[in-house]
Write a protein of this length. Structure first.
Length: 132
């Protein structure tokens, strides 16, 4: 059982999502921030990572599917079934990691959006108290 080469781009997307999350969290919780309105910039990036992860997993699945049938087109039905079952086990890791990366990136987007919304609400309260 060999892992798909399509796992590497998905792993890079997951790593990029982690780096972006750490960067955005430092922006949100930084004591030196001057402009709260700028926190919303880039919040759609985790959703891009999620969509790209699903797209790469799907394209990898289609690539491996056509490759499997091209290599096993003239085999006996019994051997074709057994090699297809083995192929499905190996390709399931690609699909699982792709979907898992997308789900986690979506959860990161939701958490970051909530944190930015709460930060904006605190800033609004602070401005209203100083003005009033």
């Amino acid at each position: 059982v060999h892992p798909s080469p399509f796992l590497w781009p998905i792993a890079l997307l997951a790593l990029a999502a982690i780096v972006f999350t750490v960067w955005k969290l430092t922006q949100i919780f930084s004591r030196q921030r001057k402009n709260v309105r700028r926190l919303r910039a880039g919040l759609g990036v985790p959703l891009f990572f999620a969509g790209a992860s699903i797209a790469i997993a799907f394209l990898g699945f289609l690539y491996h599917l056509q490759r499997f049938f091209r290599l096993n087109a003239d085999g006996a039905p019994e051997t074709l079934f057994m090699s297809f079952a083995g192929w499905m086990v190996s390709i399931s890791s690609l699909m699982t990691i792709g979907v898992l990366t997308a789900i986690l990136a979506g959860m990161v987007w939701f958490a970051l959006s909530s944190l930015v919304m709460h930060s904006e609400a605190r800033e609004k309260q602070r401005l209203l108290q100083t003005a009033g």
